[in-house]
Ligand binder design. Structure first.
Ligand code: N01
Length: 586
């Protein structure tokens, strides 16, 4: 019988259920979004309860403890920017911080800002129901808690509902099966074991080189080959850290003005206007710098297929130059658009296939047939395995909402409303669900921006919104249907001009059979989105209805969003660019 391993946090303690308590806000999740939301709510004097399914703070970084897990936005930028003191006191040790260090940072933030006393851990929210008579949300948890709150804030993460494909015969397999996104806290020792890894996305690409160092044999089951750029990770020196800290606010401001929400050198020139020799030189230099900025080598790479072909060709030649066995190299060469699926950043990924005990199995045409007691069967061949790692990703963007029964006006559930794809105004709120907010929800830049900056911008906007509602005595806020529809249409329009919408990625829900195919994040660029949010607020929450306001015409007091009013420093999406079907890189 298979042991499908999930983390035993070991922290779950008995506690009485919380019944009848009333809060200004309930926040679901204590990852970076939930923590920062809680900090802002406390600052405004709102009462708040945070429920967190895990045994600690950190969200993604609490659950994804697989070997090799680390950020791929540089650490000095992959962190909160709201506190200059926090920026100054924390020292990142590496260019790309490993998971334990990011989790330690999350714990530091929780302690430093005294967040824990408002958080109930090991508690999963099961249902949230809007009470139309009382204008409040009724929240139920798996620990018997039954509380009420004016606001219900979903800080559930974009990539937190693990995708566990229902492989035939899984229960027959005699070894353990792990999922990278729900990794055992005590770690896993693969020494001397025959290990199978299913998937070749970011999680697989980070973990495979390390698992290969331990396993006696490693078999990787690949459905889609992946582009990956070397990280060239390195220790950060005190001198380097100090050079950033000397003017951290300037770096943060530059990051906010970028389509990605983080700063890196970016060349807006079109690849197709450069000579082949010049392109080759630029790609070599960018490859030598490594990481996600490789996609910023030219400005048209995600908009012109012919331009994209040039970088894809370069990346394939790199793979062939690293991987010695030509047949394996062939299999590892993607044939889709470069950067269409989320670009991976690796340390020794392709080199791993040169090890004699590592085998790549193509499951693109002949899928995994079944698990057997001994291993995995593909195309009539039995691969004998002692343990399997599912690096199979997530039900992205909406998967975590699906796990909670969220019921709005007239008994409509969010799952029903979003059956054909998510519909939300600015990715922040959805018609029929008053006072329900979705931090980095579908229709916002979220996963296409640096996540922590996207979170902070949403939280600051929401804090100002809730502060304003209190100032004017508003009981509820809810988007107007026409505005929500127009925003959803805009999100779709923008997506169609980017080559990113052309492949079967999790951005469009296509990694899991049966999910609606909709490009979920907003690809128009972080600053353009921020500008729209700022305008909506300045214009008195345009596109929303604020109900029962005593002084509905009062201009909103800007408490936290001021720092997001920054000029754009490179060309980004505009309605004209969309109309002309020419949209610079995000
Ligand atoms: O998940 P994925 P992930 N049979 O969906 C394959 C972030 N992240 O956990 O491509 C066989 O990318 C699937 O195949 P296909 C980052 O945003 C960041 O790796 O769908 N294979 C794919 O190869 C990232 O994009 C970091 O054809 C199956 C793989 O499993 C996102 O999280 C690190 C299958 C899943 O790849 C998700 O990454 C890690 C099946 N039935 C993650 N089902 C950083 O570096 C799925 N697959 C910060």
């Amino acid at each position: 019988m298979t042991r499908t391993m999930a983390p035993d946090t070991g922290t779950r303690q008995e506690r009485p259920s919380e019944v009848g308590a009333v809060f200004d806000a309930v926040v679901v999740g204590a990852g970076f979004a939930g923590m920062y939301m809680l900090h802002r709510l406390s600052g405004l004097g709102f009462s708040a309860r945070v429920y967190e399914a895990g045994g600690g703070v950190g969200g993604t970084w609490y659950w994804n403890r697989y070997p090799g897990a680390r950020c791929d936005v540089e650490s000095m930028q992959y962190s909160f920017s709201f506190s200059e003191d926090l920026d100054q006191e924390w020292d990142w040790s590496e260019k790309y911080a490993p998971q334990p260090e990011i989790l330690a940072y999350a714990n530091h933030v929780a302690d430093r800002f005294d967040l824990r006393r408002h958080i109930l851990f090991d508690t999963r929210v099961m249902a949230a129901t809007f009470d139309e008579d009382a204008n409040c949300w009724r929240i139920e948890t798996d620990r018997g808690d039954r509380v009420r709150a004016k606001f219900c804030i979903m800080a559930v993460g974009c990539l937190s509902a693990a995708n566990r494909p229902p492989f035939k015969g899984l229960e027959d397999f005699r070894g353990p099966v792990y999922h990278t996104g729900e990794w055992p806290h005590e770690g896993v020792n693969f020494k001397g074991l025959r290990v199978g890894v299913i998937g070749t996305g970011s999680s697989a690409i980070q973990s495979i080189p390390i698992i290969a160092q331990q396993a006696s044999a490693l078999t990787v089951f690949q459905r889609t080959a992946t582009y990956s750029v070397p990280a060239w990770n390195e220790k950060l020196t005190p001198v380097y850290r100090q050079s950033i800290k000397a003017d951290y606010p300037a770096l943060r401001a530059k990051a906010r003005a970028r389509p990605t929400g983080f700063y890196f050198p970016f060349n807006m020139k079109p690849a197709l206007e450069a000579s082949p020799e010049e392109r080759e030189r630029q790609y070599e230099e960018a490859w030598a710098r490594g990481g996600l900025p490789f996609l910023g080598t030219y400005g048209d790479l995600l908009f012109e297929k012919a331009a994209n072909d040039t970088i894809a060709d370069f990346a394939r030649r790199k793979i062939r130059s690293i991987v010695k066995d030509p047949a394996t190299a062939d299999l590892l060469c993607p044939d889709n658009v470069f950067g269409c699926k989320r670009l991976c950043v690796d340390t020794g990924y392709f080199e791993t296939y040169n090890l004699p005990h590592v085998t790549l199995v193509d499951v693109s045409k002949t899928p995994i047939e079944r698990f057997t007691a001994q291993g995995i069967e593909v195309n009539g061949v039995d691969y004998v395995l002692d343990a399997v790692v599912c690096a199979t990703g997530f039900a992205a963007m909406t998967g975590s909402f699906d796990k909670i029964r969220i019921t709005g006006r007239n008994g409509l559930t969010l799952a029903e409303k979003w059956r054909a794809g998510p519909r939300a105004y600015l990715g922040l709120a959805s018609v029929g669900f008053p006072n329900l907010f979705t931090i980095t929800g579908p229709g916002s830049p979220s996963v296409l921006a640096s996540m922590i900056q996207a979170i902070e911008q949403h939280v600051d906007w929401l804090a100002d919104c809730m502060g304003h509602m209190r100032d004017v005595g508003a009981a509820t806020i809810e988007p107007i249907l026409d505005d929500e529809n127009a925003w959803v249409e805009h999100v779709n329009d923008v997506a169609t001009v980017s080559l990113r919408s052309t492949c079967s990625s999790w951005y469009v829900g296509a990694n899991i059979p049966g999910r609606p195919r909709v490009f979920m994040p907003y690809i128009g660029g972080f600053p353009v989105y921020v500008q729209k949010c700022n305008e909506v607020m300045t214009n008195g929450f345009e596109g929303f209805v604020l109900d029962a306001a005593m002084e509905s015409n009062a201009a909103p007091q800007v408490r936290y969003t001021e720092r997001w009013r920054v000029p754009l420093d490179i060309e980004v999406i505009s309605p004209a660019a969309v109309a002309a079907k020419r949209v610079p890189v995000v």
